[in-house]
Design a protein around this ligand. Structure first.
Ligand SMILES: [Zn+2]
Length: 390
């Protein structure tokens, strides 16, 4: 273990080794090498990728004592290996950032981390507390960035179980035998088998992006290093576009948006009031043009409008019946409503007309609505509805 290249020199990007054994696992070729810089998935850190003699290494896993390099092709004998360094260094930045942020939460609030996930976009830690305040998050982030800026060394040390007792570890170590400690002097002492840069400065920066409650813990999402710039770039692009659309400086985008949304709400209210007034006028006109039964075809109306209009008509005319139909979006739709002095049930209207249009509907004795296929004109539908009331 201690002799593995990625433990000997974490900054090593290429190496030479011998193929020790080969195998096939679930249709995937793998090789085991005499030594490697390829870090296998473990301790919350994803595996490395890269090449062996120009053959792609797509996955690296530790199975028993073997480190299996899953490759897209075959290699034999002596191999020259090369890491996808961008991916590995990113993992090192995120992983070291996690140590630092976790230690900051412990130092400031005695709030321990219970799990860690290094995702493709964001890193998360679950902290064993009911909640974290905005102030606590700001303080922990500031402390983490202070440690990064101080550019403290990140040291590793192999110790025995007996030697462990002389270190004040952040949490108990699960492994036995030789144990690898990752140490940021006077800040964090931690058993860890992952890869980290050699100094905190290489983490570059750490930014908390959000929190959510997770099974009694608080999950904190953050990014480090290059990912901070990538996040900033994405957010900058979005904010610039929002500010441009609102014609305000970026710093005023949020307050401008609040104003726009408030205006929109008021406009919607005013429009709804105006529409209701229009319908009221329409209802008066319908009543004026008809006798007891107000039967009418309307063009391109929503079901909601038909219902409102029918209700307005029979409210004004308690002895009347409103039979309204429209053809909209490839459907025939209708509403039938009765005034309070009328005794005939509107359900009898839908019983007669729904089969004519292969339709579906609902309602009660006072008002029914329905819709179906255009198997006749809206005028014919209204005529059928009218006939069913006579
Ligand atoms: Zn670690």
């Amino acid at each position: 273990m201690k002799d593995l290249f990625y433990y000997q020199d974490v900054m090593m990007q290429q190496f030479e080794a011998e193929v020790v054994s080969k195998g096939l696992e679930n249709g995937r070729n793998y090789v085991v090498l005499s030594n490697t810089v390829f870090y296998p998935t473990g301790g919350g850190q994803p595996h490395d990728t890269g090449t062996l003699n120009d053959v792609q290494v797509v996955d690296v896993e530790k199975v028993g004592d073997e480190i299996r390099h899953y490759i897209e092709g075959t290699v034999d004998g002596a191999v020259y290996g090369k890491l996808n360094w961008q991916r590995r260094f990113d993992h090192m930045q995120q992983h070291a950032g996690q140590h630092i942020l976790t230690a900051a939460f412990v130092e400031l609030f005695n709030a321990p981390t219970v799990s860690f996930h290094l995702g493709a976009e964001q890193v998360t830690i679950d902290i064993a507390v009911e909640q974290l305040t905005e102030e606590q998050l700001i303080a922990a982030e500031a402390r983490a960035n202070e440690i990064i800026l101080e550019n403290r060394p990140i040291e590793t040390k192999w110790v025995t179980e007996q030697e462990l007792t002389s270190y004040n570890l952040r949490k108990e170590v699960a492994v036995t035998g030789d144990i690898r400690l990752v140490i940021i002097p006077n800040f964090d002492y931690n058993g860890c088998g992952g890869t980290h840069p050699t100094s905190t400065g290489q983490v570059s920066a750490l930014k908390i992006l959000g929190t959510e409650k997770m099974k009694g813990n608080v999950r904190v999402s953050f990014v480090c290093g290059q990912r901070v710039l990538a996040e900033l770039g994405m957010r900058k692009k979005v904010l610039t576009e929002v500010a441009k659309q609102l014609s305000v400086p970026e710093a005023e985008a949020a307050s401008a948006l609040v104003k726009v949304l408030a205006t929109q709400k008021n406009t919607e209210k005013a429009l709804a009031t105006a529409k209701d007034k229009l319908l009221q006028f329409e209802a008066h006109a319908l009543i004026a043009n008809h006798d007891t039964i107000v039967a009418e075809v309307l063009t391109q109306r929503s079901m909601q409008e038909l219902q409102k209009l029918a209700r307005m008509v029979v409210t004004e005319k308690p002895n009347g019946i409103a039979l309204l139909a429209t053809e909209t979006e490839g459907k025939l739709q209708f509403v039938a409503a009765r005034g309070e002095q009328v005794t005939i049930s509107m359900k009898s209207v839908s019983t007669v007309v729904l089969p004519l249009i292969n339709g579906k509907g609902g309602g009660n004795d006072q008002l029914v609505q329905g819709g179906g296929e255009i198997l006749m004109t809206a005028e014919q539908l209204v005529a059928a509805m009218q006939k069913s009331c006579l």
